[in-house]
Design a protein around this ligand. Sequence first.
Ligand SMILES: Cc1ncc(COP(=O)(O)O)c(C=O)c1O
Length: 454
Amino acid sequence: MTGEPVFTRSRELQLEANDLLPGGTNSGARAAITQGIYEGLSISTPSFFERAKGSRLYDVDKNEYIDYHLGFGPIILGHSNPAVNNAVRQQIEKGTVFGGNSEVELKLCRKFVKHVMSQGLTVLCSTGSEATSIARRLAMAYNKKKKILKFEGHYHGWADWNMVANVHSVIGSFAKNSGQRVVAADGVPQSVVDDVIILPWNDPAALEETIRREGEDISAVITEVYQANWGVIPPEKGYLELMRKLTKENGIALIFDEVITGFRMGLGGAQKEFGITPDITTLAKCVANGFTIGTVLARKDIMEPVISDRTYIAGTYNGNPLSVAAALATITELESSDYSKLYERGNAIMKGIRDSMSDNHVPGLVQGPGPLWSVFFTDLEKISFTRQVFSISMHPHIKRSAIFFQGLINRGVMAMPTRYGRMYLSFAHSDEDVKKTIEVSDEALKEAKGAVAE
Ligand SMILES: Cc1ncc(COP(=O)(O)O)c(C=O)c1O
């Protein structure tokens, strides 16, 4: 890409989209790039894309990007992976939906038993939002309690119970409400809000005190294992262990939402990394490299209400052979992929951006495990809490963040411009991509520094 990219066709199509789709997009999460607004600052981004292959994404104006957005995370093997595409093509010829079981479902479920949850039964659905809502129902049917405890900044999908102090509702709300429950969306019944408990994550005292006080009513605790929404944030040492212990002691189902981390941080997800087994696991994104699938794994006793017909889970597209064929091919490819390479390349990019921040005296932080990370513009030395991420927008150098991400896009590197600056890596990214990304980041960072007075 030479000079500033032009987004003429994107703009034309976006005007049409604004007339046809509510807010000009089918997913509110895409608002930053479809409306070109970042923390109230104007940005210039493509909003329509034509194709993607390997590590590359192409917009409708023929601009090419090394892609670190990766469709909000599902692309782990690289875009349009040949093995996955072939598996789907072969399945299309055999049929797309049968309304009964197909043998590929069993093959896929065996993979989950092998890699993620050896004691688990599997329910396949179509999205992460469905998976977490199924998990919640399973927990309630199992222990017959009604409340769910979730954490600030953790996003588990768009269901009613999730719209309470989640990714959207916390925007601008913490200062005013100081952590009280707030609802993101009109249309969520108060009765649903009443049954959701919200806590800051990485706060063991708050967790212990709340479970001691309300444990008898809490059906499930749901958590990301390595926070990936609203900033990539690791669990503090001992925190997940405490969560496991308290939930076990109080008859509460522990749900690990690994929709982002599953098959991204390794074949066994983040839970294998931390050596903790939850009662229920949810997976989606990386399972099928961009084809739609959601997965719920749970112990047999937790699935018992389904087996004995005390509760009900169904879906026309659950376990549909197309998604399952894609998932089976994705996991098979991942089994022979070298995850250490993914970590190595991710760490190289993180180090490159960190070095550049340090050389250019730009206060900032780059943190994450390797296959995903966040670039924060902040004076803090470490980010452990979502509220710290929220404070970034009040930092005068938030403008640097906007200019940095704009600078990446202008130079052919795609990342979603947000204050939590999340970037994903795939196995298709090469050492050349890494080198170019580090160079481009340095240029974008210099531009960002120069544009803001000290
Ligand atoms: C951790 C987590 N859980 C659940 C979801 C919802 O998944 P989906 O968008 O497939 O419904 C997301 C989506 O980003 C997520 O990040």
